[in-house]
Write a protein that binds this ligand. Structure first.
Ligand code: ZN
Length: 243
C-alpha cells in the first residue's frame, strides 16, 4: 500500500472560542470537524494546526511533512506573519498542495499565490446556495451530482478577484440572485491549489456529505507529484563552449 497522504488542517480557531453561535455548530473547532471526516479515509493521515500555536503549527519541518495544507481563516488573516505566509507559499511552489476554504480567499498565503485582489461580494443572510458541477470529469468532482443545495449559507458573489482558473469545477447560485466561481484550480510552480467556497462558520456546511466528498477528492488531487524547493543556481555548461 502506498504511503498515506499527510494532510495538515489549519484553522485560525477564533470564532469558535468567541461566538456561541459558532461554538454550537463547531464545538471543537472547524479544524476538528474537517480532520474528523478526512481521518476516516484509509489513505489520508491528518493533523491539525491553529493560529495560537508556536509558528501557528507551520514550522519548516511541519510543512516538510505536509503533502496537502487545508486553510480556514477569516477574522485574523492580519495576525498571520508575512514570513509564515511566505513560507507556506514557498512550500506550495515546491510542490505542496494547498486547499483554501471559504473566507480563506483573503488569507495572506492564498493572495500571494493568486497575485490578485481576491475580493468578492458577500451577504451573511443565511440563504440557499445551489452548487453546479460544471466539470464532472474532473477528479475533484467525482461522485458529485450535477447540482446540490445547501439550505443556508453566506452569499459570495462575482466579481471574484482571482486570476483565470486553470480549471473551473463548481459554480454557485444564490437565492438572492448572485453567482460565484465556487470551485477552481491553479497550478503554481510545482504545487496544486484548489479554492472551495462553502463553509461559513455559523452553518453546518462541513457536515454535508457532498462537501466532504469534494474536500476528500481535492486532497487526493492536490497531493504532490514532486517536491523541488526553489533555487536559481549558476550552471556549468554541459558541452564545451566555443570562444
Ligand atoms: Zn463566511
Amino acid at each position: 500500500m502506498p504511503s498515506p497522504i499527510r494532510v495538515t488542517v489549519w484553522n485560525e480557531y477564533r470564532h469558535e472560542k468567541e461566538n456561541p453561535k459558532v461554538a454550537a455548530v463547531y464545538p471543537d473547532g472547524i479544524h476538528v470537524a474537517l480532520a474528523g471526516f478526512l481521518g476516516n479515509e484509509a489513505d489520508i493521515e491528518v493533523r491539525t494546526a491553529t493560529l495560537d500555536e508556536a509558528e501557528y503549527g507551520l514550522t519548516e519541518s511541519a510543512l516538510d511533512a505536509t503533502d496537502v495544507l487545508i486553510w480556514w481563516g477569516h477574522k485574523a488573516h492580519g495576525d498571520v506573519a508575512d514570513e509564515i505566509a511566505d513560507r507556506v507559499a514557498a512550500h506550495v511552489h515546491a510542490g505542496m498542495g494547498f486547499i483554501a476554504l471559504h473566507s480563506a480567499h483573503y488569507a495572506k498565503a492564498f493572495k500571494r499565490l493568486m497575485g490578485s485582489t481576491c475580493s468578492l461580494k458577500w451577504r451573511d443572510d443565511g440563504e440557499k446556495e445551489r452548487i453546479w458541477n460544471v466539470r464532472p470529469s474532473h477528479p475533484i468532482a467525482a461522485g458529485i451530482p450535477e447540482h446540490f443545495e445547501l439550505e443556508q449559507e453566506e452569499m459570495y458573489g462575482e466579481p471574484f478577484g482571482i486570476p483565470e482558473p486553470d480549471e473551473l469545477i463548481f459554480i454557485s447560485w444564490f437565492a438572492g440572485g448572485e453567482v460565484f466561481r465556487s470551485g477552481a484550480t491553479w497550478q503554481r510552480s510545482h504545487g496544486r491549489v484548489f479554492y472551495f467556497r462553502p463553509g461559513h462558520e455559523t452553518f453546518p456546511t462541513y457536515a454535508n456529505p457532498n462537501i466532504q466528498r469534494v474536500i476528500i477528492n481535492a486532497v487526493r488531487w492536490a497531493k504532490p507529484t514532486v517536491r523541488l524547493p526553489d533555487k536559481a543556481p549558476r550552471a556549468d555548461a554541459l558541452e564545451p563552449l566555443a570562444r
